[in-house]
Ligand binder design. Structure first.
Ligand SMILES: *Cc1c(COP(=O)(O)O)cnc(C)c1O
Length: 354
């Protein structure tokens, strides 16, 4: 049967009716890729799977939540949606609003949004409101303005977002035959880790999985309120997608940690970038910096004995590497050889670099 998106696929587990018009771009059903080279490089006997959410229609997991949020907004008669965004939410909101024929307003932090994401929001025709402030300022403003203008909020405080995002856990269980031992994610607002936990618990309760995983959340060191145990006013990290100091799903995320016996940990920008490069060079998988935080953290926790040998681990790569070409290129500045257009120079370039 033709795959037509995650709502259709999990209709009986999502809050839609038979008459709900679905706004979908075929999101979900993303690949679960087993790492073949990195475990050997680490010298560890661990089974690591990458849930490659960068292969959703707009290049991030945000599409899973956005298909639900926009579907329900349209069902409720909304003519416009609004979100604050570090980038990917605005790209998804812009695309799904275009699909639905409604208007999208996106609030982005000035100068702190990756180029690919900005391009997406612009080309899909969203109204882009750049604020002299960070994501947390944008989020506060969105909540305030929703009482004064006819717009539906599609940030992850919209409960339909998490409903859509929980389906990633269903897909993983179906593919592996059970839940993994550990599930690692990068954490910003913590909506996604909370949504995954909802999905895992739902399948466990219904007997579709024999266990639930230990949930592990990784934050960038300069932007790690869950590790600090308190909100942060001026978060900084090169991983702009998780540059969030006042997470919206604060309580939910703490419940996830307690119920799953998991933990939060901070990872330096340097390690995040090194892991992004390791993954591209050794496995052929290109993710954006924020996404690499999950694998960077996992590698740290494996090397420090927090995750034992023989474990089966799923690592979510939240967004595609093409989202942030500037950071990718800045890591590879010496990777280009300049020559004259003659065969001998091409030959030398090959022979000197075999
Ligand atoms: C939104 C986003 C995150 C953070 O997800 P939360 O649900 O806010 O914790 C991580 N990585 C990428 C690429 C994102 O777009």
């Amino acid at each position: 049967m033709r795959y037509t998106g995650l709502i259709e696929n999990y209709r009986d587990r999502l809050p839609v009716s038979e008459t709900t018009k679905l706004i979908s771009l075929g999101e979900g059903n993303t690949p679960l890729i087993r790492l073949e080279n990195i475990p050997a490089i680490l010298g560890k006997d661990v089974d690591i799977y990458i849930k490659y959410e960068g292969l959703n229609p707009t290049g991030s997991f945000k599409d899973r939540g956005m298909t639900m949020a926009v579907t329900k907004a349209v069902e409720a008669g909304s003519k416009a949606i609004i979100c604050a965004s570090t980038g990917n939410t605005s790209a998804a909101a812009a695309a799904y609003a275009a699909r639905a024929g409604i208007k999208a307003f996106v609030l982005i932090p000035e100068g702190k949004i990756a180029l690919g994401k900005l391009a997406q929001a612009m080309i899909h025709g969203a109204v882009i409101i750049q604020i002299k402030g960070n994501f947390d300022d944008g989020m506060r403003l969105v909540k305030e303005v929703a009482d004064h203008a006819p717009v539906a909020i599609v940030n992850s405080i919209n409960p339909y977002r998490l409903q859509g995002q929980k389906t990633a856990a269903f897909e993983i269980i179906e593919e592996l035959g059970d839940a993994p031992d550990y599930h690692c994610l990068p954490v910003g607002n913590a909506g996604n880790i909370s949504a995954h936990w909802m999905g895992y618990k739902e399948y466990f309760k219904d007997g579709k999985a024999a266990k639930t995983p230990i949930m592990v959340g990784y934050q960038a060191a300069g932007s790690a309120p869950f590790v600090k145990g308190a909100m942060i006013d001026n978060p900084e990290t090169i991983a702009t997608a998780i540059r969030i100091g006042h997470p919206q799903s604060w309580d939910l995320a703490h419940t996830v940690k307690e119920e799953s016996k998991g933990w939060f940990k901070a990872i330096s920008d340097k390690r995040i970038l090194a892991t992004q490069k390791l993954l591209t060079e050794k496995e052929g998988i290109f993710c954006e910096p924020a996404s690499a935080a999950s694998l960077a953290g996992l590698i740290h926790d494996i090397q420090h004995g927090h995750i034992p040998d023989k474990s089966k681990i799923v690592c979510t790569l939240t967004g595609h590497g093409l989202k942030d070409p500037d950071v990718a290129i800045s890591q590879c500045n010496d990777a280009m050889i300049n020559i004259n257009p003659v065969m001998s120079e091409v030959r030398d370039a090959i022979l000197n670099n075999m």
